[in-house]
Each structure stands twice: as structure tokens, then as C-alpha cells.
Design a binder for this molecule. Structure first.
Ligand SMILES: O=C(O)C(=O)Cc1ccccc1
Length: 294
């Protein structure tokens, strides 16, 4: 199996890909769209991309590409612990006062916003497509008094020094990564304690109470929703998709019953995937070694 992931090497997405498919051939892609396009065009069998972070919420680029751009089913989900560290080039100072520029993924910067505001208030912020891209930027530009926000795997990969560890503002920080693929190769995760089915629902324009009807279609069937989120349809202000995660694998009666019922009410329904979910720590403890290769 060929696995594409948001790279370059040392990204949290690579950690997710390695945790689930340690022996597969991996190809890194510089952006979420390029990674998903590679799966859509069958350059890789599966694409691994970040979907949601515990502090910052959904990775909108991923969600929008799943909704608007590609019919790429979600086939698995793995949740990875996120530890952000301030990495500097070994030839440069780790004296924070002298750091003039900080590089990282927007979500990583946001996860460390309070630290940066407090310790690096005058630093210029530069957004990169991934945390590991930021670490590579620091490695390639030793002359700069700059730092990257990234994990310790990236520190080892690019020979950087952690000037400060665990700079994320909130503990218990995790990110959900999804495996998307339309190739019918073997399932990615065989055993899993939980499953999710993710649907995108559009409401009829002529009845505002429809969302209550949609939620009722799940509740009287005792189907637990773990998430509901509105995302713009991009057709005009106030037009939304509702992205719903149901804590249940697709079956023959209940979920098809919900779909038939809400469609009969005039809603649009699209299933983004029905898939096994695991914590990376449940799969293999090498993941912990990966993230803190001390
Ligand atoms: O940038 C990375 O390392 C990624 O894999 C994307 C990401 C960024 C911030 C938190 C979680 C995942």
C-alpha cells in the first residue's frame, strides 16, 4: 500500500501514518490538498490528513476538500497526542529574547498562542503548511535567529535543539487524523473499539425547524452524536452544511433509516465515511518513542 501524508518527514501526520501503517511505503506531500489529490488520482492508495485538533477544532482545509472537492471516503481515524516544542538551530541561541521569527502551521501557532504572546511578544510569525516544514525552514536557514514550533521527531529529523519543550497552552492536546481512500484495498484498521460514521447534511431552504427534525431522527434511534458542526456551503452567507459524527458503524437498519427519513424531510445527505477509530497509543507504543525520541 502506498500512503501519502502531509509532510515533510517529522510531521504529526507522518506519526499518524506510521502508527497505523508502519510498514507501508510513505510519500510526503507539501499541502493537504496535494496529499488528497494524490489519493484521488491514485498516485497513492491512501492519504493521511489532519481533521480536527482538541484545542483549535476542525482543520477546515481537510473538511472543505472532503465536502467540496473529492469523493474520497474516510476509511480510518487515529487520534495522536500533540506536544509542541520551540526548536532552534544548534548554531543559534536558545535565548528567547534574541529570537526574532517563529515558524509553524497555523494550528500549531494557535495551540501555543499564549506562550508566544508571553515569551516572544515581538517575534514575527510565519505560517507554514506543516510543523515539520517549519523545522526544515530552520535547518536550512542557520543564519536566522528563528524558531519552529514542532514535535521532537522533527527536532531529531532536522537536527534542531528544543529551546523550550511543551509550549502548547493546554494539556491533553490531541489531533484526529483521517485516512481517506477510494481504492478498495484491505481495510486499514482491522480491530477497533469504536467506530464513527460521518455525514454531511444540508437542510431544506423552506423550513428552519429541519435541524431539530434531523437531530430527532438520530435521538429516537438512540444513536449517539459525538460532533455536529456547521461549515459554509460557499453559496452565500447563512448557507451551511452540517457535519455530523455518529458513534456507530454503518448498519442495515438504523443509519439507513436516518438517511431515508431526513431525505424524505427534504434534506440532502452524504456519508463521508464509516470507519474504525483508535488512539495511536492503543495501536503501538512505538508511537510514544516516535514523538519523544529521547
Ligand atoms: O503540521 C503537522 O505536523 C501536521 O501534521 C498538521 C498538524 C499541525 C498542528 C497540529 C496537528 C497536526
Amino acid at each position: 500500500m502506498k500512503v501519502g501524508y502531509l509532510g515533510p518527514q517529522g510531521s504529526f501526520t507522518e506519526v499518524a501514518a506510521k502508527a497505523v501503517m508502519p510498514d507501508s511505503e510513505r510519500s510526503s506531500f507539501p499541502t493537504i490538498p496535494s496529499c488528497m489529490e494524490a489519493a484521488a488520482e491514485h498516485e497513492v492508495d491512501i492519504a493521511v490528513v489532519p481533521l480536527e485538533n482538541a484545542i483549535e477544532g476542525s482543520v477546515n482545509m481537510t473538511l472543505d476538500y472532503l465536502i467540496h472537492k473529492h469523493e474520497l471516503p474516510i476509511t480510518a481515524e487515529v487520534t495522536v497526542p500533540i506536544e509542541q516544542h520551540l526548536l532552534v538551530h544548534p548554531d543559534r541561541t536558545n535565548n528567547l529574547e534574541q529570537i526574532t521569527d517563529v515558524y509553524s502551521h497555523p494550528q500549531a501557532i494557535a495551540q501555543c498562542h499564549e506562550f508566544i504572546q508571553r515569551e516572544l511578544p515581538n517575534a514575527r510569525i510565519h505560517y507554514t503548511n506543516s510543523t515539520s516544514a517549519a523545522a526544515l525552514e530552520i535547518q536550512e536557514n542557520p543564519e536566522r535567529n528563528a524558531a519552529a514550533v514542532a514535535n521532537l521527531l522533527a527536532a531529531g529529523t532536522y537536527g534542531l535543539t528544543p529551546a523550550r519543550e511543551n509550549i502548547h497552552d493546554y494539556g491533553n492536546n490531541h489531533t484526529r487524523f483521517v485516512f481517506v481512500s477510494d481504492s478498495k484495498k484491505e481495510p486499514v484498521l482491522k480491530e477497533a473499539k469504536t467506530h464513527k460514521t460521518t455525514m454531511v447534511i444540508t437542510l431544506p431552504s423552506d423550513y428552519s425547524g429541519a435541524l431539530h427534525q434531523v437531530l430527532s431522527a438520530f435521538s429516537w434511534r438512540k444513536l449517539n452524536l459525538t460532533k455536529i458542526e456547521s461549515r459554509p456551503m460557499k453559496t452565500g452567507i447563512g448557507n451551511y452544511f452540517f457535519v455530523i459524527d455518529v458513534e456507530k458503524e454503518m448498519d442495515d437498519v438504523l443509519l439507513p433509516g436516518v438517511i431515508a427519513e431526513v431525505e424524505a424531510l427534504g434534506c440532502g445527505v452524504r456519508v463521508l465515511g464509516s470507519y474504525p477509530c483508535l488512539l495511536s497509543s492503543e495501536i503501538d507504543h512505538t508511537n510514544k518513542k516516535e514523538l519523544s525520541p529521547k
